[in-house]
Design a protein around this ligand. Structure first.
Ligand SMILES: NC(=O)c1ccc[n+]([C@@H]2O[C@H](COP(=O)([O-])OP(=O)(O)OC[C@H]3O[C@@H](n4cnc5c(N)ncnc54)[C@H](O)[C@@H]3O)[C@@H](O)[C@H]2O)c1
Length: 256
């Protein structure tokens, strides 16, 4: 039988921020595909609940309470995954400070909030990518999927720390992709548009929602299913010729 170029069933996939929202959706989707998600999440209760959902589906996962901003915590999570499964095939750098962020002018952002967003969203992604690089190099293959945001090309006001952090992800991806290309590790950025999840976003309201939808070529809300397809695609054998790229999933709201 011909190889299925989209098969991810044997993949070990670290998903950071897997306790809610899109991270939870990626975890459930990879589990449904027969893959093994490693759930790396700071919120212990949500972590347990997603692991239980995967078990109820008949899937398997490894749940490791992790702070992506803490190098010791990240290294312990990656070690636990390698000990359990012998390798890591995919990292989805999804964890971020996002849903709870209030909208405010940049000159009113409290210093602590600025630092936390920059640290978790940029340094957290860097630390996780650094930690998986060694086992991926040893295995001679790997995939890193970094998550940016459609707020970047639009310069959406009210979230300058968040938009700044998600801009950095694009540059980070390009450097990583170049530095890891000889090791057969593909690194790409996904740029989602606003996507509805089970989580209520601090700054979202009906007017803003309509405004966003009206800017799109595909005039509807983004759903987790729209992003799951891209995550599975980027984790699959099919993309061996795609690296260093930014792929926007936003109904054509931006063109990059
Ligand atoms: N939902 C959207 O509309 C949208 C649009 C563009 C980009 N994104 C990006 O997609 C990703 C997921 O978005 P979401 O809507 O699910 O966000 P969310 O805020 O609902 O979830 C983020 C998750 O990350 C976890 N997290 C936060 N800090 C952490 C840390 N230090 N260590 C480990 N985990 C931590 C949170 O506990 C939470 O489970 C984010 O990177 C976000 O920026 C989302």
């Amino acid at each position: 039988m011909e190889e299925n170029r989209f098969d991810v069933s044997n993949r070990v996939v670290i998903i950071t921020g897997a306790g809610q929202g899109l991270g939870r959706e990626y975890a459930l989707a990879f589990a449904r595909e027969g893959a093994t998600p490693v759930l790396a999440e700071i919120n212990g209760d949500n972590l347990k609940s997603v692991a239980a959902e995967i078990e109820a589906l008949g899937g398997r996962s490894l749940a490791v309470e992790t702070d992506v901003g803490d190098p010791d915590s990240v290294n312990a999570m990656v070690d636990a995954a390698v000990t359990a499964y012998g390798r890591i095939d995919v990292l989805i750098n999804n964890a971020a400070i996002f849903a709870a962020l209030p909208q405010r002018p940049f000159f009113e952002i409290p210093f602590e909030e600025w630092n936390r967003v920059i640290h978790v969203n940029i340094t957290g992604s860097y630390l996780c990518a650094s930690a998986v690089t060694h086992p991926m190099k040893a295995a001679g293959q790997g995939r890193i999927i970094n998550i940016s945001s459609g707020t970047v090309p639009q310069g959406v006001p009210g979230f300058m720390h968040y938009v700044t952090s998600k801009s950095a992800i694009i540059g980070m991806t390009r450097v990583m992709a170049r530095e890891l290309s000889d090791d057969n590790i593909n690194v790409n950025t996904v740029m989602p548009g606003y996507t509805t999840t089970e989580v209520k976003h601090a700054s979202m309201n009906d007017n803003l929602h309509d405004f966003i939808q009206n800017k799109r070529l595909v005039k509807r809300a983004g759903t987790p299913d729209d992003l799951i397809g891209m995550a599975i695609f980027l984790a699959s054998p099919a993309i061996s010729f795609i690296s260093g790229q930014t792929l926007a999933v936003c109904g054509g709201e931006v063109m990059i």
